[in-house]
Design a protein around this ligand. Structure first.
Ligand SMILES: C[S@@+](CC[C@H](N)C(=O)[O-])C[C@H]1O[C@@H](n2cnc3c(N)ncnc32)[C@H](O)[C@@H]1O
Length: 228
C-alpha cells in the first residue's frame, strides 16, 4: 500500500515547478525523518521541537489543532497522549480529547476527532464547541496558512487574519493557564499582534523551529499561561 507521501508524489509530480519542489523535498532531512517515522508532514518536527522546549503536550489534555491537514501535528499529539506506558498516567487517558480541523479532509488518526470546514466560520467553531461538551481546552494550536499569493504583504495580512481568528476562538474555550500556539508570517503587524498576546498570556515567545526553512518568514507565537 502506498504511503500518504507516495500518493502525494504521484499526484503532484507532473509540472516542472512540482518537480523542482519534489527534488527539494528529497534533499530535506526533515522530509526524510518524517517518512522514516511515518509522519504525514515534516511540520511534525516543528511541534516536537516546541514540545521538547515547553512540554505542553500532557496526558489528559483537551487539544484543538487548527489547520491540521494532512495531520502531522495531530499525529504528534495523538502519539504523545495515547502511547503512555506507565500505569500512573493511564487514569488520564480517557480524558484526552483531540480535535483537528481543516478545510481539507484528514485521514483518520487514532484518538483524533476530525472536522472538515473553514475554521474562521462560526458554524465550524460551533461544531468544535459541541465536541468539547462543555470542557475547556488546555491547548489551542494553529498551523493554519493561507493559500500563498506570492505577494508577501498580502500573505502576511491573510496569515494575521488567521491568527486573529484562532486567538479569538482560543479566548472563548481555553482554560485559565492554558496554552496557545500559532503560526504567522512575519510582517508589519505581527508586532501589534504580539503585544496583544502579551496582555492575555503570562509568557509570549517568538519561535522559529529548525524545521522552518531558513529563508522563510514563518514564525510561531508560543503563549503560556492564559489569563482568563
Ligand atoms: C501548513 S498546513 C498544516 C500542516 C499540519 N500542521 C500538519 O502537521 O500536517 C496549513 C493548513 O492550514 C489549512 N487552513 C488554511 N486556512 C484554513 C481555514 N480557514 N480553516 C481551516 N484550515 C485552514 C490549510 O488547508 C492547510 O492544510
Amino acid at each position: 500500500m502506498k504511503s500518504t507521501w507516495q500518493k502525494f508524489q504521484v499526484r503532484y509530480s507532473s509540472s516542472p515547478s512540482s518537480k523542482r519542489w519534489l527534488a527539494r523535498q528529497d534533499r530535506d532531512q526533515f522530509v526524510k525523518k518524517a517518512q522514516s517515522q511515518n509522519y504525514r508532514a515534516r511540520s511534525a518536527f516543528k511541534l516536537l521541537e516546541l514540545d521538547q522546549k515547553y512540554n505542553f503536550i500532557k496526558p489528559g489534555s483537551v487539544f484543538i489543532d487548527c489547520g491540521a491537514a494532512p495531520g502531522g501535528w495531530s499525529q504528534v499529539i495523538s502519539r504523545k497522549l495515547l502511547d503512555i506506558p506507565t500505569e500512573e498516567t493511564n487514569t488520564n487517558l480517557n480524558s484526552n480529547l483531540i480535535i483537528a480541523v481543516d478545510l481539507l479532509p484528514i485521514e483518520p488518526i487514532p484518538g483524533v476527532n476530525v472536522l472538515q470546514g473553514d475554521f474562521t466560520n462560526i458554524s465550524t467553531q460551533q461544531k468544535i464547541k459541541e465536541l468539547l461538551k462543555g470542557r475547556d481546552a488546555d491547548v489551542v494550536v494553529s498551523d493554519m496558512a493561507p493559500n500563498f499569493s506570492g505577494q508577501h504583504f498580502i500573505d502576511h495580512v491573510k496569515s494575521m487574519e488567521l491568527c486573529e481568528s484562532s486567538l479569538n476562538f482560543a479566548e472563548q474555550v481555553l482554560r485559565s493557564g492554558g496554552t496557545f500556539l500559532c503560526k504567522f508570517l512575519m510582517g508589519e503587524s505581527d508586532y501589534e499582534f504580539r503585544n496583544n498576546l502579551k496582555t492575555k498570556f503570562d509568557r509570549v515567545r517568538h519561535e522559529k523551529p529548525q524545521a522552518v526553512h531558513r529563508k522563510s518568514t514563518e514564525g510561531y507565537f508560543m503563549c503560556l499561561g492564559y489569563k482568563k
